[in-house]
Design a protein around this ligand. Structure first.
Ligand SMILES: [Zn+2]
Length: 238
């Protein structure tokens, strides 16, 4: 009886571990196909989550324009509703705008109805600002279930994850963020993979979050790689 209980517990723990991996590991494909990166190790995608933000998004747009590099911005719908002018500035700079849900919930724990409302609401917020459809989506915290990905696709979106984590959603410095990104790029180069780099120009708590470290780390990255790497959007890896 005891052994049985231990064995059952072990299986349950293993199953829970497998579920967590499938639901939360950025590169897992178990719960459905998501775009991570291509096979060319010299291709990078700079991706920014949780905006639009002020003033960091604008500062970032100037910096990217200076280097003639295009990035991808996964926007929170309620911020897009507050600042459609920044959404338009992103698109006007030639960057790709993606869906990051309306209020940034953990979709893993939302009802199917909430999931649909979160994704559809963000699509509407961005499309009202831009007048053109959204094609890409990134799940908040990278958390998904099979039906979350299906719902995204049914709303015209390709789910995008990442394979370089900058850990810039917490208090940090530009040098630390840059070091995390450098490590991720080196690991991807060893594996012969492109780098889908996750950074943050905003924060889910509200517009006005301090993301100067992320902007400064971007400056370091561009100084290091703008001349050698090919910058793409995840759309090119679909
Ligand atoms: Zn986010």
């Amino acid at each position: 009886m005891l052994m049985e209980a231990i064995a059952t517990g072990g299986v349950a723990a293993a199953a829970a571990g497998a579920y967590a991996y499938a639901a939360m590991w950025p590169e897992s494909q178990i719960f459905g196909r998501t775009v991570v990166a291509g096979q060319d190790a010299n291709e990078f995608a700079l991706t920014y989550d949780d905006g639009p933000n002020d003033p960091e998004t604008g500062v970032l747009l100037e910096l990217l324009a200076k280097h003639n590099i295009h990035a991808t911005f996964f926007l929170i719908g309620r911020f897009a509703r507050q600042r459609p002018d920044i959404v338009r500035a992103i698109a006007a700079g030639g960057h790709t705008v993606g869906n990051h849900t309306m209020t940034h919930p953990k979709l893993l724990f939302c009802s199917p109805r909430q999931v649909r409302e979160e994704i559809a609401g963000c699509n509407a917020a961005i499309e009202d600002a831009l007048g053109s459809p959204v094609r890409l989506m990134r799940c908040p915290h990278g958390m998904r279930r099979p039906d979350v990905l299906r719902t995204a696709r049914s709303l015209g979106l390709t789910p995008v994850q990442w394979n370089v984590t900058a850990f810039d959603w917490q208090e940090t410095t530009a040098e630390t963020v840059f070091t995390h990104v450098e490590r991720g790029i080196a690991r991807n180069r060893q594996r012969g993979r492109g780098s889908n780099i996750l950074l943050h120009d905003g924060g889910q708590a509200g517009i006005g979050q301090d993301r100067r470290a992320s902007v400064e780390a971007t400056r370091l990255l561009l100084e290091r790689y703008a001349g050698s790497a090919k910058f793409v959007t995840p759309q090119e890896w679909v």
